[in-house]
Design a protein around this ligand. Structure first.
Ligand code: SF4
Ligand code: SF4
Length: 198
């Protein structure tokens, strides 16, 4: 190795060292952010798309849109979702498959999001509620349809019927029975003078 090659190799070594330390140097001068959790729970900002746990989307009346098609269950790569269904009779005599239980095991979910993507009715979504710690694994197995089904919900009470109108007083008969004897007496009185004349 010549003297020139020796110094070139030393220069290349320094250049490589500085290049490698570039990221470290940037982070050294970047302002540090330390989350004081759980003290900062009130102002903590979790990204909306963060996948913490699967949940049903309920509308403002408490109904979900799951049609128990089982697509999410079939596409889940590790059997995290388990659905049980039941047949119900419709008023028109037909039968319909309905969701009975939608079980989701948070402990085995890999948060791949396939279940949400394949759902044809957009019935499920990922919540960003990251505080899911529990003391036993059994508690990670959740039933997502915890509200009553649409047809299972108690029917609204029928509106109270308006009170029946009071019975009308009977129309007075042209000749009341109570007045009949009085009328007969009056007729007799009218006939008496006739008999006296005879
Ligand atoms: S996110 Fe992936 S692993 Fe989790 S339930 Fe959905 S499909 Fe299964
Ligand atoms: S959540 Fe969606 S994909 Fe899964 S059973 Fe219900 S409707 Fe089907």
């Amino acid at each position: 190795m010549s003297i020139k090659e020796y110094f070139v190799s030393i220069f290349k070594g320094f250049y490589s060292l500085i290049k490698g330390m570039e990221v470290t140097g940037k982070e050294l001068v970047t302002p540090k952010v330390t989350e004081q959790y759980p003290e900062n729970r009130a102002e903590l900002k979790i990204p909306e798309r963060f996948r913490a746990t699967l949940e049903f989307i309920y509308d403002d009346k408490g109904y979900h849109k799951c049609i128990a098609c089982g697509s999410c269950e079939r596409n889940c790569p590790n059997q995290t979702i388990s659905i049980t269904k039941r047949m119900v009779d419709l008023p028109d005599g037909k039968k319909k498959m309905k969701l009975d239980k939608y079980m989701y095991d948070l402990g085995s979910c890999t948060f791949c999001g396939l279940c949400v993507q394949v759902c044809p009715t957009n019935a499920i979504k990922f919540s960003n509620d990251f505080e899911q710690a529990v003391f036993t694994r059994e508690k990670l197995n959740k039933q997502l349809n915890y509200l009553p089904e649409k047809d299972d919900a108690p029917a609204p009470a029928p509106a109270a019927k308006p009170a029946a109108p009071a019975a009308k007083p009977a129309a007075p008969s042209p000749e009341k029975p109570a007045d009949a004897p009085a009328k007969a007496a009056a007729d007799e009185t009218k006939q008496e003078p006739k008999e006296n004349k005879e």
